[in-house]
Design a protein around this ligand. Structure first.
Ligand code: SAM
Ligand code: SF4
Length: 447
């Protein structure tokens, strides 16, 4: 049997796309290989949101060129956002690349690979207007949690962000397609779904069917056999009170809101094109915490946006100190080709961006640790993901707040819901011990 190997860079959407790439290869008769060296088709499913993963892909392509010299029959495919953004340059400069395929064109992957294997490469497919095909086969990652796309693309065009250019305009999947995929995942044994979109709150606007994101959550909540629902990412400008009330009222929706703040300064937010103020953001968090006292709030933060002054950065530190996030992804701004911010003057020097990032990380990590330490002694419902890699006598799972919990237990408990009392809190989550409580289904009381 021919074999494939997929390397995935970037976000959950890419992880989900890789499952569809794998599914198509398996339908062609391929099986998974342990490494690129053992594969007949190697796929790099790439990310271009920041510079670092972008550079990593280029160096990986160099290594694969050497592999292909030894094995000329090897097919190398570059998929994902870099394929969309600079796919023509990759095909021109890297003669060893056989397939270049943008994220919207994922349904054409199997045919592209077949053509390349028949020697008709390089095959280049980069159409951001294409409607992403439904009902594509998928080889889902093993585990308790399944990713399900809600929307593709993004219409927000934040000044720094390349996503609208790589993934195209925002398109919602039809509710019956989303529900069908959730039911299928549950039938395959998954107990949690993570609904994916760049701005899930915008779901349904383009469908004209009168179904919005809170409506869809209610329908997913009714899927029998499903225990937990998560979603990412919400955009603060569209995070409505109806959504917060739906989260509080639907028993399967977990008490975790990932809501990117980006910056705590209104002028920076305005130039980023985010369309909310820091006060509006804080009002959403306050309301969420009022409705769900157990709510965990995580965020994305960016330092060194063009023109960000020391004072404006201080405002971000102040917001972080006051909001007290459970966790944050923190980045240094970097120019992405074709974005409005890339053309802005007054760039913050690299050393200063690094200094600001270190200050921010130190502050936020301290807060996350304190937040978790303050919850020692509490009982949490934990969905067991499996044995802990470092200490196999321990199990690893997630609380409803998406915090990691490590505790002694047997591998057979994987996939179950158990109650664990936190005994110590860390930056990354908790260690704990089993206590009495539910072992299946959801423990959140229906509102
Ligand atoms: N759609 C999500 C939202 O608006 O909340 C964000 C998705 S984006 C792929 C993930 C994060 O990458 C952003 O929230 C932002 O913090 C970061 N990011 C995007 N463009 C960036 C850039 N040019 N430089 C640094 N970080 C960037
Ligand atoms: Fe990028 Fe903004 Fe869209 Fe998020 S909402 S993907 S940051 S353009």
């Amino acid at each position: 049997m021919p074999r494939y190997f997929i390397e995935t860079y970037g976000c959950q959407m890419n992880v989900r796309d890789s499952e569809t790439l794998a599914g198509q290869l398996e339908e062609l008769g391929f099986e998974a290989a342990e490494s690129a060296e053992a594969a007949d088709v190697v796929v790099l499913n790439t990310c271009s949101v920041r510079e670092k993963p972008h550079h990593k892909v280029y160096s990986r392509l160099g290594e694969l060129a050497r592999l292909k010299e030894l094995r000329p029959g090897l097919v190398i495919a570059v998929c994902g956002c870099i394929a969309q953004l600079v796919g023509d340059r990759i095909a021109e400069r890297s003669a060893h690349v056989d397939v270049v395929l943008g994220p919207r064109n994922i349904g054409r992957f199997a045919r592209a690979v077949e053509e390349a294997r028949a020697g008709r490469g390089p095959v280049i497919v980069r159409d951001t207007e294409e409607h992403v095909a439904e009902v594509l086969p998928a080889r889902r990652c093993p585990g308790v949690s399944a990713f399900v796309n809600l929307t593709y693309g993004c219409d927000n065009f934040c000044a720094y962000c390349v996503v609208p250019y790589t993934r195209g305009r925002e398109v919602s999947r039809r509710p019956e397609d989303v529900l069908g995929e959730v039911e299928q995942a549950v039938a395959e044994g998954y107990r949690e779904v993570v609904l994916l979109g760049q701005n899930v709150n915008g779901y349904g606007r383009d469908l004209g069917e009168g179904v919005d994101f809170p409506d869809l959550l209610a329908r997913v909540n009714d899927v029998e056999g499903l225990w937990r629902i998560r979603f990412t990412t919400s955009h603060p400008k569209d995070c409505s009170d109806t959504l917060l009330r739906a989260m509080a009222g639907l028993e399967k929706v977990c008490e975790h809101l990932h809501l990117a703040l980006q910056a705590g300064d209104d002028e920076v937010l305005r130039r980023m094109g985010r369309r909310y103020t820091c006060a509006q953001y804080r009002a959403i968090v306050e309301r969420g915490r009022e409705l769900m006292p157990d709510l965990a709030v995580t965020t994305d933060l960016m330092v060194g946006f063009p023109g960000e002054t020391a004072e404006q950065f201080e405002n971000t530190l102040r917001a972080v100190r006051e909001i007290r996030f459970d966790g944050a992804f923190m980045f240094k701004y970097n120019d992405r080709p074709g974005t409005r911010a890339a053309a802005m003057g007054d760039k913050v020097p690299e050393a200063e961006k690094q200094r600001r990032l270190e200050l921010l990380v130190e502050l936020q990590n301290g807060i996350a640790r304190e937040v978790n330490e303050a919850q020692v002694g509490r009982e949490f419902e934990v969905l067991v993901e499996g044995q802990d890699q470092k200490h196999p006598a321990n199990l690893r799972g997630r609380t409803r707040q998406h915090k990691v919990m490590v505790f002694p237990g047997e591998a057979e408990e994987t996939g179950r819901l158990v109650t664990v009392r936190a005994e110590a809190g860390y930056l990354w989550g908790f260690t704990g011990r089993r206590s009495e409580g539910p072992t299946e289904g959801s423990s959140k009381p229906a509102a």
